[in-house]
Design a protein around this ligand. Structure first.
Ligand SMILES: NC(=O)c1ccc[n+]([C@@H]2O[C@H](COP(=O)([O-])OP(=O)(O)OC[C@H]3O[C@@H](n4cnc5c(N)ncnc54)[C@H](O)[C@@H]3O)[C@@H](O)[C@H]2O)c1
Length: 343
């Protein structure tokens, strides 16, 4: 298939571009390149061609000729959205719906949207399923819900959107993110030999390996239309629900000599478990047994190989909010997060 990945230059996109090419797809990318300064290691064999463009400025011509568009190009976490609410709505809701609308106009048959389990927010049920009521708490999560709702309305005989609600992702990517919980704790375990939790670690969090996310998207691309048309899938596997303190204990065993300390139950009392039964049962070809332990071992091997230093671990481009702040402060991005032009 001929596939365009919007957000190909990010943490998930960099790995997904490789995985889909290895499976024989003809892949191209579109990305504005916010985090291009952050490249942790060389993990890429063939770079797909990339259009450097903002989703808000995409035209039908950019999307002509593709069988599928995968959309990963959002501002990618709650802290960014809390500090930049207007830009989050403009990009994550406005830009996303614009991209989907033009993809449909261009005759693209499948649109895969990278949504998030954060749409469940403070869950009202013990185990949330795709049928559960959403309860988004932040602008980031609210935009995911709004975008899903608006894109669902575009579905018709010729346009099949699919909504993949990823758990929080972990595992190595050249375009690394150290602001994701497992990656962050592994980095601390390596650099400081210590994981200091400010909370008591009891809340539940759903987690998923980066290769399982890529696997899920690949399966949606290959699935018969009736199994993915306008469907929502929580993306994870049967091992995906962890308590934060269990994550820390797993990392402690992988990074020998690392200590873990806990605080009190703090203000963030969000705790939720998510059901991943639908994706296992209903998405043809999707299987996965990857665990946080697997991911932590891979990260440790990587840190050993590249001799990860404290300086590199703390480099701004590996923390999304810090990099955006830096780009605005240094007059590279304007207040709407468009690149400034210089004569
Ligand atoms: N990583 C996770 O744990 C996780 C979990 C659930 C959902 N998601 C979603 O998956 C997607 C990808 O996540 P990620 O971790 O790779 O994030 P990321 O921040 O590493 O990558 C996002 C990419 O999109 C690009 N981008 C952002 N705004 C853009 C715009 N307006 N125009 C063009 N390009 C733009 C950025 O330059 C970046 O390369 C996001 O939509 C995110 O919300 C991620």
């Amino acid at each position: 298939m001929k596939i365009l990945i919007a957000g190909i230059d990010g943490y998930i996109g960099t790995v997904m571009g490789q995985v889909l090419q290895e499976r024989g797809h003809d892949v191209a990318g579109l990305d504005t390149g916010f985090y291009r300064e952050g490249w942790l290691y060389n993990g890429v064999t063939k770079l797909p061609p990339i259009i450097v463009k903002d989703t808000r400025n995409v035209t039908v011509d950019d999307l002509n000729g593709y069988d599928a568009v995968i959309h990963l190009a959002d501002l990618s976490n709650d802290p960014i959205s809390n500090r930049n609410e207007k830009n989050t709505y403009a990009i994550n809701h406005g830009g996303t719906v614009h991209l989907a609308t033009l993809a449909k106009q261009a005759g693209v048959k499948r649109f895969l949207y990278s949504s998030s389990c954060s749409v469940y927010g403070i869950a009202k049920e013990d185990l949330t399923t795709e049928e559960s009521e959403v309860n988004p708490q932040t602008a980031y999560a609210k935009c995911k819900v709004l975008a899903e709702q608006d894109i669902q309305k575009l579905a018709d005989d010729n346009f099949s959107p699919t909504f993949l609600r990823n758990a929080t992702v972990y595992g190595p990517s050249p375009r690394m993110r150290f602001d994701l919980v497992v990656n962050n704790l592994c980095g601390h375990a390596w650099v400081n030999h210590e994981i200091r939790m400010t909370s008591d670690g009891t809340p539940w969090r759903p987690l998923v390996h980066i290769l399982d996310v890529c696997e899920a998207f690949a399966c949606v691309l290959g699935a018969p239309k009736d199994s993915i048309h306008n469907e929502v899938f929580n993306v994870g596997n049967s091992t995906s629900n962890y308590r934060i303190k269990d994550i820390a204990e797993i990392i402690k065993t992988v990074f020998a000599g690392c200590t873990v300390t806990f605080g009190k139950l703090d203000g963030d009392t969000r705790s939720y478990r998510v059901s991943f039964e639908k994706i296992q049962d209903k998405l043809p070809g999707f299987t996965s047994k990857r665990t946080v332990e697997d991911g932590a071992k891979e990260l440790k091997q990587l840190f050993e190989r590249i001799k990860l230093s404290r300086e590199l671990f703390e480099f701004r481009a590996f923390t999304r909010l810090t990099e955006l702040d830096y780009l605005v402060k240094t007059n590279q991005l304007d207040e709407q997060f468009f690149w400034r032009k210089y004569e």
